[in-house]
Ligand binder design. Structure first.
Ligand code: ZN
Length: 134
């Protein structure tokens, strides 16, 4: 598919945030648009994309801990697959993020990184990256 890149991510825990900033940076470079918007989209119902602090890994750990606290595994869920908490967390975080690209560079704040959020791992996941020239 022209203009669309698929990136693979392997996760190793049930719930974890994986820094995909470099993968997105490389994909943006490959897509060859120097000014525009890059969209990072998760096509999974138990995964998500977010932007948050990447310098201190304790931030990731704390966000995961709060999500696990907010969305308990034991609850009156009806979904027979048994992974409703993962679906709820995916909706809380959201399936995509957009980042401005200027002069071929991702316009992220000093401490910001792009994360793939795994909520029902470990699994092999796909991420779709699309650039819009502007
Ligand atoms: Zn399910």
């Amino acid at each position: 598919m022209p203009g669309l890149l698929e990136v693979e991510v392997s996760t190793s825990a049930q719930t974890e945030f994986i820094d995909i900033t470099e993968k997105v940076r490389l994909a943006a470079k490959q897509l060859g648009i120097s000014s525009g918007i890059v969209m990072i989209y998760c096509p999974h119902t138990t995964g998500a994309i977010t932007i948050n602090e990447g310098a201190d890994p304790a931030v990731r750990r704390d966000v995961v801990a709060v999500l696990n606290h907010m969305v308990p595994w034991n609850f009156d869920y009806r979904h027979l697959e048994g992974n409703s908490p993962a679906h709820v967390k995916a909706s809380l975080i959201g399936a995509s993020e957009q980042v401005i690209v200027e002069d071929g560079k991702l316009m992220l704040g000093t401490w910001q990184k792009i994360f793939f959020c795994e909520f029902d791992g470990p699994r092999k996941r796909r991420i779709w990256i699309k650039m819009i020239s502007a």
